[in-house]
Design a protein around this ligand. Structure first.
Ligand SMILES: [Zn+2]
Length: 205
């Protein structure tokens, strides 16, 4: 296993004590700096899918309490240190950017067709549009096809659009290449260079 490296850009939460309260574990601790720290969903980062999902529910200066699932408490002993980021960001997305084993590929976005279908369970027949290749719910009736409807995606960091009418190229993890456009992660070229290529966590602040 690759040695664990703290992403230098992230604030670090040091656990001072862990209490068991009402079926949860409550961590009391302190951040080493305030940048990017806010109340709400909190992710304590470990690479390779080992991050812990919690809730920063009090913050006073650098002191905070984070509530986590009791199953995670064993990994969070007093003295342990955890790079932190706001749970506005999904851990799966962040892991892909910070993981040195993610192979990124520059790809041109090729528009893909959409399928229109009606949902049998809907009160009124409602038309829903899916990208071709997406799983169609059982019982759904395909009623049409729209050529090249999936002709744009947005960058996962800055929301810039990628597609023939916008920026034609983006970056995807190699495992997503060839998959439908609406699946997985896309980054614009600027954010690929600024963050993914350098494994920089600065976009989380
Ligand atoms: Zn971007």
């Amino acid at each position: 296993m690759r040695p664990f490296e703290f992403p230098r850009e992230l604030p670090v939460f040091s656990v001072l004590s862990v209490a068991s309260i009402g079926g949860t574990a409550v961590l009391t601790g302190e951040f080493d700096r305030p940048e990017g720290v806010r109340e709400g969903r909190a992710i304590l980062y470990r690479p390779g899918g080992g991050s812990i999902d919690g809730e920063l529910n009090t913050l006073a200066g650098l002191a905070g309490t984070i509530v986590v699932h009791p199953d995670d408490a064993a990994r969070l002993g007093p003295g342990s240190k955890w790079p932190y980021y706001s749970g506005y960001w999904e851990p799966e997305f962040v892991d892909a950017i910070l993981d040195p084993s993610t192979a990124w590929t520059r790809v041109r976005l090729v528009p893909r067709d959409a399928l229109k279908y009606t949902r049998p369970a809907a009160l009124e027949e409602e038309e829903v549009v899916l990208e071709a290749g997406e799983a169609v719910p059982s019982g759904a009736k395909i009623v049409g096809q729209i050529r090249n409807a999936f002709d744009r995606v947005t960058c996962g960091i800055c929301d810039k659009r990628i597609g023939p009418a916008f920026e034609p190229f983006g970056y995807r993890p190699a495992s997503n290449v060839g998959a439908r456009n609406s699946l997985g992660i896309w980054l614009c070229q600027d954010d690929f260079r600024k963050f993914a290529e350098r494994r920089s966590a600065a976009f989380l602040l």
